[in-house]
Write a new protein. Structure first.
Length: 129
């Protein structure tokens, strides 16, 4: 059984990479399309800066969590700020149409420890030091 090549709305990744940002917007859902058409200049500047840094071998760090992932970004490693630190993200084809911030969570998972002395009925009458 051969592996099926990834397609986005009936187009291969190679076909999508040849499109400009505004042409790619035609394949997005309405909310993402409006976001791209309003901010296409910002997205193109980000792509140009990211490619420039990638050729120099530098890390691509950004605070722009609202940048929509377009085909030109596929394969890049971008570090997205989550309010505390930069989270490394490897961009894949399945991420097309999503925003960078969706893959850099801002909240930690809660880790519950054991209850302290006096927190449960069994430890209520123990001597407190």
């Amino acid at each position: 059984m051969e592996k099926k090549e990834f397609e986005y709305r009936g187009r291969t990744i190679e076909e999508l990479k040849n499109l400009e940002v505004r042409e790619f917007a035609k394949y997005l859902k309405s909310k993402q399309r409006r976001t791209v058409l309003r901010n296409f200049q910002e997205i193109e500047k980000f792509i140009a800066r990211a490619k420039e840094k990638q050729t120099k071998g530098k890390n691509i760090k950004t605070h722009k969590r609202d940048i929509l992932i377009v085909p030109a970004l596929i394969g890049m490693k971008i570090q997205v700020y989550n309010g505390n630190s930069f989270i490394p993200i490897e961009i894949t084809a399945e991420m097309l149409g999503h925003k960078l911030g969706e893959f850099s969570t801002t909240r930690k998972r809660t880790q519950h420890g054991s209850a302290g002395v006096g927190a449960t009925k069994g430890t209520k009458h123990k001597a407190k030091k």
